[in-house]
Design a protein around this ligand. Structure first.
Ligand SMILES: CSC[C@H]1O[C@H](OP(=O)(O)O)[C@H](O)[C@@H]1O
Length: 351
């Protein structure tokens, strides 16, 4: 059985509550947009692609329960609900891009005089229901392009040792993952010597989620604390770093989980290639550089407590940005489903 973080069938949507992993595998029902917003905001589901898929499917669940008197009414409700879903978390761009495309689709369908409101709803829902399969196909392409990009840097038939940060696997996407998909592809090709994953404080996506995926699939791996990254690169032969992205912008600057920038700086110092793996649905060409990316700040309690247990002194204020921005100058390549690009090549691509 492979991990199934999102279950969607017969208009029933359930997600694996990632706040409880790895200790508990518990699915929670998503009955509409409010449930979707809360699950995203509370990080019961997280990961840029997974946020977009769950958010949009939560709208489908809601639309299937309602009747609409006309196409304009349906268009307006879709627009309002999508805008609300985007507000749950500001940094990951996938849901914003999906919302913009779906809002445009609803507008175009509402102007189509040859179709009924029922046909409009059907076509709109079909567009969202195609998202999971597209994400999976994109991730497998990312995995294969990324594996090739790393292996091309080393002698033929050699094996590589990779470091990754946060969780970018099946638990951050519909399935297979982005950066962790690259590690999966290297392993499947028999070319992965070892994978290191960081714990990724404070939510512990690495210790709780990536380690869970790696152990489950028997991928040779080791967990390290976030502050061991520089010692790891000093003491071990790390072939490359591969991380995910919440938002890649036009000049290649990339917002990703807090700590990514640290790893990129250390990788530069140790001459370790540093790759970002992201589908085109994570690339925001409307933003020129990383300075403009809105960085989500999470509640102090996520730093001072873990699963309800206080681990920091009472009364200490916190600064808890969920992401940081890695400048393009520290990025060797951006691995996408269409191939691997240098950061400065993005601006010339047609998305
Ligand atoms: C392919 S997931 C991209 C990205 O999302 C994660 O953030 P979060 O767990 O807060 O949703 C992390 O930054 C991953 O790299």
């Amino acid at each position: 059985m492979t991990l199934e973080p999102i279950r969607y069938k017969n208009n029933q949507l359930e997600i694996l509550d990632q706040l409880l992993l790895p200790g508990q595998s518990k699915y929670i029902k998503i009955n509409g947009v409010e449930d979707g917003w809360n699950a995203i905001r509370n990080m019961q589901v997280r990961g840029a692609p997974a946020i977009a898929i769950v958010g949009c499917l939560s709208l489908v669940v809601e639309l299937n329960k309602q009747q609409f008197s006309n196409k304009d009414e349906l268009r307006d409700i879709i627009g309002d609900k999508l805008k609300y879903l985007v507000s749950a978390r500001p940094t990951a761009v996938n849901i914003k891009i999906a919302a913009d495309e779906l809002t445009n689709l609803a507008g175009n369908l509402s102007k189509n005089e040859s179709i009924s409101v029922e046909e409009m709803r059907k076509r709109f829902i079909a567009a969202i229901e195609s998202m999971p399969e597209k994400d999976l196909n994109d991730n497998k392409s990312i995995g294969d392009h990324g594996a090739k990009a790393v292996l091309d840097l080393y002698p033929k038939n050699s094996k590589v040792t990779m470091l990754t940060h946060c969780n970018t696997g099946s638990l951050a996407t519909y399935s297979y993952g982005t950066a962790l998909g690259v590690i999966r592809s290297l392993h499947a090709q028999g070319r992965l010597e070892h994978a290191y994953c960081t714990e990724t404080r404070p939510y512990l996506q690495g210790a709780r989620l990536t380690a869970y995926e790696l152990v489950y699939e028997k991928i040779p791996s080791t967990l390290i604390v976030d502050s061991a990254v520089s010692a790891l690169m000093k003491e071990k032969k790390i072939s490359g770093v591969v991380v995910g992205a919440d938002r890649v912008v036009a000049n290649g600057d990339t917002a990703n989980k807090i700590g990514t920038y640290t790893i990129a700086v250390v990788a530069k110092y140790h001459n370790v290639p540093f790759f970002v793996a992201a589908p085109f649905t994570s690339i925001d060409m409307n933003i020129k550089s990383g300075h403009e990316i809105v960085i989500e700040e999470r509640p102090d309690k996520e730093t001072t407590h873990f699963q309800g247990l206080r681990i920091a002194a009472e009364g200490i204020p916190c600064w808890n940005p969920a992401f940081d921005v890695t400048p393009a100058s520290l990025i060797t390549g951006i691995i996408t489903e269409r191939g691997v690009f240098r950061p400065d090549e993005l601006k010339d691509l047609r998305l």
